[in-house]
Write a protein that binds this ligand. Structure first.
Ligand SMILES: N[C@@H](CCC(=O)N[C@@H](CS)C(=O)NCC(=O)O)C(=O)O
Length: 123
């Protein structure tokens, strides 16, 4: 079928991926790359912890995924947190990649100074 000067099936290829002029999900977009290279965020929490809620809210509002480790019922996880956090025992304790951010106040301070996004971006 001719559409203008071109055959219909070269514009809208049917069952012939080899002829597809564009393959939308095969290439990596800059947005994909942004998310693919984010540093991993880990947050140690307990239940009923307002500072934990506030820290998670900031991360969620920024669209940042994170791993949450509830130390409430695990002394092993609590020890792990304290070891990684240089002895700090309050929750939350937040890590971005291998970097220890600290608690909720520290997270918000980083955001306020414009230093959180660069830390989140892997590199
Ligand atoms: N300034 C800290 C405060 C954290 C805090 O006080 N967390 C409470 C739970 S919401 C806690 O761990 N309390 C236990 C303790 O102080 O040992 C932050 O911003 O993270």
């Amino acid at each position: 079928m001719l559409v203008g000067n071109a055959r219909f099936d070269t514009i809208f290829p049917v069952n012939n991926p080899a002829k597809a002029p564009v393959r939308p999900r095969e290439s990596t977009t800059s947005l994909d790359r942004t998310f693919a290279t984010m540093n991993k965020v880990t947050i140690y929490t307990t239940m009923l912890c307002p500072f934990c809620v506030m820290a998670k809210r900031l991360l969620r509002n920024k669209g940042v995924e994170f791993e949450e480790i509830n130390i409430g019922r695990s002394s092993a996880k609590r020890n792990e947190m304290q070891e990684r956090a240089g002895g700090r025992h309050t929750v939350p304790q937040i890590f971005i990649g291998d970097a220890h951010v600290g608690g909720c106040d520290d997270l918000y301070e980083l955001e306020q100074k414009g230093q959180l996004d660069p830390l989140l971006a892997a590199g």
